[in-house]
Design a protein around this ligand. Structure first.
Ligand SMILES: [Zn+2]
Length: 390
């Protein structure tokens, strides 16, 4: 096994406050070093008694953080929706209907094309400091196409989510119940071989998405099949998504753009992580979610890109962190925690999003003296996965 010693770390944010040299709640160490083994596993972290390793990398006083965990993406798709984005910027409203054009382009694309597009987007993410990525299906919406997207996603990550319940495809609009039967029947049976999670777009404000009852049916079938639960909820207006997620003990409810006090109370009383996707509000000009209300109530908050062709075609977690600090009023510390430990929690993972012995998921070098520069120098490509800078 090849081991790598990383020295010269000016500010090491471990997200492990239990480390004996930790200076704060983020587990910050100054003038630190770490050793990594195969598969990005962390073997040693500290300030003194530095062990030897097969190779050495000196990062010359830069900041080092856990690689970002991007816990909500829709990376397997073909087609281009930049014209829809331009139209929306000119005042056309978004109602979820544009997904259908991506479905057609994705169904028509051969495996090799989809695989190349998926891998290209993942490479973009790695180059901006991201480690583990969750990938959803949801642009196939028929049995063969959804299965194909899940199979391609599983080639690149263990965190695969079955999102047959993304929208009702056009051919089922007059018989929605039949589509729910397809999702909870044959599609789910095939999905089990590839997916760890099931997700549903529960959104009464979109005629293409699912009601609370349809969402509950889909999620319960997924749970019976052994999958963990995630929900797209409260994106386009107040709605039942958050409370449904909490009621069923979902690992995460994502978007949370329109929350009532009851929704916040329910999240605070439950175990469901609130995943915020401010790239969507940026790209759709919707109001940003009230992240402070969630944090002040003690809710676990995660940040992710929601990388998708319709409402947030960014692959950049540093951009999301900058939005979280500027628009959601998170502190830089809160934003980094949400983009690493918070996102790991939303995937029910304790072995990623932190730098501690045994952890995996990679580390990221920030070309600056502190992680604070991620938000402070928005748009500047400072963050890189360690393996890409050596
Ligand atoms: Zn999404």
């Amino acid at each position: 096994m090849t081991t790598t010693l990383v020295t010269g770390i000016g500010e090491l944010t471990t997200m492990d406050p239990e480390h004996p040299d930790a200076e704060d709640a983020l587990g910050t160490l100054h003038d630190a070093a770490l050793v990594m083994g195969a598969d990005d596993q962390v073997l040693w972290v500290g300030r003194s008694g530095v062990p030897d390793a097969d190779r050495r990398v000196d990062v010359d006083g830069r900041a080092v953080i856990p690689a970002f965990v991007d816990s909500h993406t829709h990376l397997v798709f073909a087609g281009d929706r930049s014209a829809e984005f331009a139209a929306r910027m000119s005042g056309v409203a978004y109602d979820g209907g544009g997904i259908t054009s991506t479905v057609q382009a994705t169904r028509d694309a051969p495996d090799d094309e989809l695989r190349d597009l998926l891998r290209g987007r993942l490479e973009e993410m790695r180059a901006q400091g991201t480690g583990v990525v969750e990938v959803k299906s949801g642009y196939g919406l028929d049995l063969a196409s959804e299965t194909r997207l899940l199979r391609l996603a599983r080639e690149v990550t263990d965190e695969v989510t079955f999102l047959g319940g993304h929208v009702v495809p056009p051919e089922y609009r007059s018989r929605r119940g039949d589509y729910v039967d397809l999702v909870t029947g044959p599609m789910l049976t095939e999905a089990r071989a590839y997916a760890r999670w099931i997700d549903v777009f529960c959104e009464p404000h979109s005629p293409y998405a699912f009601t609370a009852d349809e969402g509950r049916t889909i999620l319960l079938a997924g749970r019976d099949a052994g999958l963990g639960l995630r929900v797209h909820g409260n994106q386009l207006g107040p709605g039942p998504g958050v409370r449904l997620a909490v009621e069923l003990g979902a690992a995460s409810v994502d978007h949370c753009t329109y929350l009532t006090g009851q929704d916040v109370d329910a999240l605070a009383a439950g175990t469901t992580v609130a995943t915020l996707l401010p790239g969507v509000e940026f790209s759709t000009r919707h109001p940003y979610p009230d992240a402070r209300a969630l944090l002040d109530a003690g809710v676990t908050v995660a940040l992710a890109t929601d990388c998708n062709p319709g409402t947030s075609y960014t692959s950049s977690m540093p951009f999301v962190i900058a939005l979280a600090v500027r628009e959601l009023r998170l502190t830089p510390q809160e934003a980094l925690w949400a983009a690493t430990r918070g996102a790991a929690a939303s995937l029910a993972r304790n072995d990623i999003g932190r730098i501690a012995v045994g952890a995996r998921g990679g580390v990221t070098v920030v070309d600056a003296p502190s992680h604070r520069h991620l938000a402070y120098r928005a748009g500047v490509p400072l963050a890189r996965r360690l393996s890409t800078v050596t």
